[in-house]
Design a protein around this ligand. Structure first.
Ligand code: C2O
Ligand code: CU
Length: 485
């Protein structure tokens, strides 16, 4: 089987570069190893054939006031992604994407993960501030047949987090094939706000895919992925009442950015980002998001007439692709007492003096590296002191290819584990709204430079930082950071 073969290749290969022969000939577009098998034909696209599901909320096995225990079996399942076709996927608990875990601040979540797949896995809580041994580090894998219990303290403010695979060299393919799910952390402040809740608080997990005409979900380069999935279905429709909705948008693509807007250009209100609620809401008309990023927005559908439809589109799609992502079908007006308050959360604390400055150069060509090195779990790239505030300058040195060619692999999405950061500068300027608030993932377009600052903690131990274009991190665009006391 492909999985087995892939695993064996990994053991045999000296380095990631040998594994993933990125191809410069076709411009900037980079095929993964699995694409060398000639691709058959992609399944035809007929948008808005499915109703959009909302991932189900996982019920705890047991819970107390201070702790909740969950159990998930990682296993293969057959699902319908494109109408009428069956695709084999890798899942948490049999659903695609995985079930949503709802957590609240101050109450620990314990997840027992059982690996019934034929590949190694490691479960990482993206945006979670957790101890190193529960972080799902690349080498800290669950081998087939084994299990592992992860503990998440939830000692941080409300935020839209997610859990996903992180096994060394395998994360891109594992996440692509389905190993991702949501983790919605709430807190008292968030619950006190008059924001839309319940059925009006809806996650949109957006990602590209290539489904073959026979249903096979194929892991391949993004420019060969014409399908766009929301909550596991190809370009679905979603029935909404003519009222406000909170939409938590995730870019769960392994290798692609998108630029989302409503087809009529309508404005919406952004209330949160990676690290949780913004201090104040902002009005936006477009979201540029790269892998790993989240945007929490409120959309008022009462401005549309009953019976009308509004399409969410991706203006970052290739010219050969369809721009539609999903369609909202507006129904009746209902009572709506929700609103977006002027103040959402307290301002993040003032950053202390930055004691350490570090520089990072990130590139895909000719090899996927950070500062010229590909990830080596035995090599410590950064040693940071617990509680130290550092300033990191990150440069994307990949340059634009010929105009019009797919440029997904010239973009990087810099992500750190353990702590959130703030974006201080983008290309020497003060950052705009898309970099506002507490972030754990920052987008770097071709040739861009960002300056970020973070305080390392609250735990010591081994962690990683990496590009969240997972094809890149799987290929080595990752570094090890040890936080020491
Ligand atoms: Cu969501 Cu280390 O990643
Ligand atoms: Cu990258």
């Amino acid at each position: 089987m492909l999985n087995r073969r892939h695993a064996l290749q990994i053991t045999a290969a000296a380095g990631a570069a040998a594994l993933l022969p990125w191809d410069r000939l076709t411009g900037s577009s980079a095929p993964a190893a699995t694409t060398t098998a000639a691709a058959a034909e992609a399944a035809p696209i007929s948008p808005f054939a499915h109703a959009m599901p909302v991932p189900k909320v996982l019920a705890p096995v047991s819970s107390t006031k201070t702790s909740q225990l969950y159990e998930l079996r990682m296993r293969e399942a057959q699902v319908e992604i494109v109408k009428g076709l069956t695709s084999r996927v890798r899942t948490y608990g049999g659903t695609f994407p995985g079930p949503t875990i709802k957590a609240s601040q101050g109450r620990e979540v314990v997840v027992r993960q059982i690996n019934e797949l034929s590949v190694n896995t490691a479960v990482h809580l993206h945006g979670g501030h957790v101890r190193s041994e529960h972080d799902g580090l690349p080498m800290d894998t669950i081998v087939p047949g084994a299990e592992r219990t992860y503990r998440y303290p939830n000692d941080q403010p409300a935020a839209s987090l997610w859990y996903h695979d992180h096994a060394h060299h395998l994360e891109a393919e594992n996440v692509y094939l389905g190993l991702h799910g949501l983790y919605l952390l709430s807190d008292r402040n968030e619950r006190s706000l008059p924001l839309p809740t319940g059925a009006h608080d809806v996650p949109l997990v957006i990602r590209d895919a290539r489904v073959e005409a026979d249903g096979t979900l194929l892991y391949t380069r993004p420019s060969d992925c014409p399908h766009m999935l929301v909550n596991g279905k190809e370009r679905p429709y979603f029935k909404v009442a003519a009222r406000k909705y909170r939409l938590r948008i995730y870019n769960a693509c392994a290798n692609r950015y998108f630029k989302l807007r409503f087809a009529d250009g309508a404005a919406f209100t952004q209330i949160g980002t990676d690290g949780g609620l913004l201090e104040q809401p902002v009005t936006r008309t477009e979201l540029l998001m790269l892998g790993g990023e989240r945007a929490d927005i409120v959309v008022d559908f009462s401005r549309y007439r009953e019976g009308s439809s509004i399409v969410l589109e991706n203006t970052g799609a290739l010219s050969t692709e369809r721009p539609e992502v999903m369609r909202f079908d507006v129904g009746r007006a209902t009572a709506d007492h929700s609103y977006v308050p002027r103040r959402l959360a307290s301002a993040p604390p003032v950053l202390p003096r930055r004691t350490v400055q570090r520089d990072f150069e990130i590139r895909t060509f000719p090899a996927m590296t950070i500062n010229g090195l590909s990830y080596d779990p035995e090599r410590v790239d950064v040693t940071a002191r617990l509680g130290a505030t550092e300033e990191w300058t990150i440069r994307n040195v990949d340059v634009p290819a010929a105009p019009g060619s797919p440029d997904f692999h010239l973009w990087h999405s810099f992500h750190t584990h353990l702590t959130f950061f703030r974006v201080l500068e983008r290309n020497g300027q003060r950052p705009g709204i898309r970099d506002a608030g507490l972030k754990d993932t920052v987008t770097l377009g071709p040739g861009e430079t960002v300056k970020i600052a973070m305080t390392w903690g609250p735990f010591t131990g081994e962690y990683v930082y990496h590009c969240h274009q997972l094809g890149h991190s799987s290929g080595g665009q990752m570094g090890r950071i040890d936080v020491v006391g």
